[in-house]
Design a protein around this ligand. Structure first.
Ligand code: SF4
Length: 376
């Protein structure tokens, strides 16, 4: 089944490390954008034979929790009237802690959202300030409590490691603090400092640096061990979850699935074709308003690109790749084609090749990009 992704490009302030497709919140622009989103979703349905089936809707951003609950409800209604959305749908809303109250969260719940993904990033106020985030650790804790009070039984927390000036003990205090919030799912991201990010300049001015690579590896490994010790099982390089609480939407990206993206800059993949919507918000609204297609860069993937993507993303999963399923789908014996290059990683203890399975070990996850480079 399809996943439906809805991009919301508005934020209350722009974080100094951010490289996403986003801009400052503007109430008038937001209202026009929501109209355009609804029009794009409703217009896209006839392009597919019959009503295509979907089972996940994911509001990503930006800061989707800046939309009003009625706007979220309108967008969900556009999805359910245009697609055959399964009764047991997963509907995720990314939310920033400072943008919610218990009443707003209850209204999102009533609108149909059943999974929240909080951008917590850190539970250390000094680190949050260095990242120019608007919330404090206390606000993040309160937001998770408010989500529970509002009836959410599926709450995810995003954390970022390898922050400027962060010691291993600081990071593990954040991990322990997150565990104390009893989340259903946690995503761990490594901070990437882009060359033109304002954070890079701030780091130079304040003499903040990131921990050495070896420390970063230990931060990751120790965090995974602590999360797993409380029943949050790793299922992907950066993600852990309680049983049954894996992100069904994101699993489509890692298991050779298909999805449609709506809104500015959103990507789609279906029937071997990949396309992307125009990135600029005004440009997107303008195209929708004159009934033009918002998509650019539509491209049919070659069989080798599709195979490469399936292997590249599949290896992110802890369970790895089922080579017989790849053979059936793509007609390729992966080990016959790539085995010579992969054997060195097996010998080094980074990759396991058992029967029809191929998966990274935890050590292998630290150098995943090197292993994956074999496929692309
Ligand atoms: S809240 Fe998220 S999307 Fe918005 S500026 Fe900060 S990092 Fe970027």
């Amino acid at each position: 089944m399809l996943g439906l992704y809805v991009h919301v490009p508005f934020c209350s302030a722009i974080c100094n490390y951010c490289n996403f497709n986003r801009g400052l919140f503007d109430a008038d622009l937001k209202a026009r954008y929501v109209d355009a989103l609804v029009a794009e979703i409703e217009r896209s349905a006839p392009a597919f034979a019959g009503r295509a089936a979907a089972d996940t809707i994911y509001f990503g951003g930006g800061t989707p929790s800046l939309l009003e609950p009625e706007e979220i409800a309108r967008i969900i209604a556009a999805c359910t009237s245009s697609f055959d959305v399964a009764a047991d749908r997963e509907i995720t809303l990314e939310a920033n802690p400072e943008s919610v109250t218990e009443a707003r969260l209850a209204a999102f719940r009533a609108a149909g959202v059943n999974r929240l993904s909080f951008g917590v990033q850190s539970l250390n106020d000094a680190e949050l300030q260095r990242l120019s985030r608007l919330h404090s650790a206390a606000r993040a804790r309160d937001a998770v409590a408010e989500a529970r009070a509002a009836g959410f039984d599926n709450v995810s927390i995003d954390l970022m490691m390898w922050l400027p000036g962060q010691r291993t003990s600081d990071w593990l205090a954040t991990v322990d603090g997150a565990i104390a919030l009893a989340p259903d799912h946690v995503s761990l991201y490594l901070l990437e400092v882009y060359p033109n990010a304002p954070l890079k300049e701030a780091m130079a001015r304040a003499h903040w640096s990131q921990a050495p690579d070896d420390d970063a590896a230990a931060m990751y490994t120790t965090a995974m061990e602590r999360l797993e010790a409380v029943g949050l099982r790793q299922y992907e390089i950066s993600n852990v979850a309680r049983a049954g609480r894996q992100s069904r939407h994101n699993l489509k990206y890692w298991s050779d699935g298909e999805w449609l993206g709506f809104g500015c800059g959103a990507h789609s993949t279906r029937d071997g074709v990949r396309w992307k919507n125009v990135s600029a918000t005004e440009d997107y609204i303008e195209r929708i308003s004159r009934q033009a297609s918002p998509s650019v860069d539509a491209r049919r993937l070659s069989p080798d690109e599709r195979l490469g993507d399936a292997l590249f993303t599949g290896l992110r999963l802890v369970d790895g790749i089922d080579l017989s399923a790849i053979d059936i789908r793509y007609g390729v014996d992966v080990w016959a084609r790539f085995g010579d290059e992969l054997q060195a990683f097996v010998d080094a203890g980074c990759l396991r090749h058992e029967g029809n399975g191929l998966r990274l070990t935890r050590e292998g996850m630290l150098i995943a990009h090197e292993v994956m480079a074999v496929f692309v």
